[in-house]
Design a binder for this molecule. Sequence first.
Ligand SMILES: Cc1ncc(COP(=O)(O)O)c(C=O)c1O
Length: 454
Amino acid sequence: MATATATTAAAAVRTPPMDAFWMPFSSNKNFKAKPRLIAAAKDMHCYDAAGRKLLDATAGLWCCNAGHCREPIVSAIKKQAETLDFAPTFHLGHPAVFEFCERLRGYFPAELSAVFLTNSGSEAADTALKIALAYQKIRGKGGKQRFIGRERSYHGVGFGGISVGGIVKNRHWFGCQTLIADHLPHTHDPARNLFSRGEPEHGGEEFADALLRLIALHDASTIAAVIVEPVAGSTGVLVPPRGYLQKLRKICDDNDILLIFDEVITAFGRLGANTAAEKFGVVPDMLTFAKGSTSGTAPLGGVAVREGIRKQFMEAADETEIDFFHGYTYSGHPLCVAAGMGTLDLYEAEGLMTRIDGEGIAEYFADALHSLKDLPGVADIRNFGLMGAVELQPIPGKPGKRAFSLFEKCFHEKDLMTRVAGDVFAFSPPLIAGKKHIDEMFGKFGEALREEKQ
Ligand SMILES: Cc1ncc(COP(=O)(O)O)c(C=O)c1O
């Protein structure tokens, strides 16, 4: 029934005028010449403007963890829209946002008991960086103004995020206005860890020890925080080698430096646990989240903050003073909070935070992914939880071109929605995926690879 509704809705959509919308992170020329329009979606599938059904191998953009247009979320949003459209959260509030944050913090390590809400992952990253700077200043360590990010990391597109991020193209036009930052080396080590299943074996401590060199170079008294994605998503699923995150934690502790995990992709079940912090057994000082918090249905992100950090802000402000000069008009927007509540209901009812391990889905996904190893031009395969990457050998002198044309082929000819970063295909299906979906996903992708004209 639901599928029929989605098909009908998609069929009714005409190709819209293409000119005005300047698309984000896209080749506007390529898209507008041959659009790839998604007009409707349900569960594991999207429907293009003509009603053609595509399998979603990417949970939208790493966000639709519960699948698309799920009834409990849809009805929660509808109900909220009829009751309270908006209430400010500056000096005022509405009940649901307090209830939501109370519930949300149950998903994070117990130490991170304060939840600050934003509208996106980029804002979450910038908020965490601001909290770090302010915290250091409040406790009399105002010299700690430097951040340490990592090569090949993505923390969104705010000026803070691009400063600590490790993607040069996101920075090179704007680099004259970034924060003070240095970068750890990325942890992808093809010489030793190609075709790793789960955590790569080699280099964990070694890569983390690079932080000691940066501390020696800059001095701990100048460093406010280290920020990393526990598993880097956007640059092609870079899984931390065994022991890496634990060692980073230790070095930060030893040197009085905050550790921030950017869990915009990894929180809410992607790795088979509430968070990567839980999965790897490492508690950061702050944890950013977004995407999965509403299963992609409404823009909502945030930062979970260690109680001791919040306490510094509370103690520094008197009874009526603002304790943190930061916030967004839509921090805790009622519709987004309702979407979040509906999402958590669904996660809990269907056990989606742990389902991928409990039902053997992550294992099945890893087997299917790694079975592509011998296909033409496959350079590496890696995975963790329900995140997987197939890295292709690039066309000499044309990085990214090969993967992009395969991405177009998957969409137009194989009814498969994929995601590429350079020459890496990143797979991250909704957490409701069944074995048949995984077979279909890698069956179609393998077919496209075999048919590819090199
Ligand atoms: C790790 C990480 N941080 C931050 C962001 C930025 O999130 P948004 O696009 O919601 O601003 C992303 C987006 O993919 C991300 O993967």
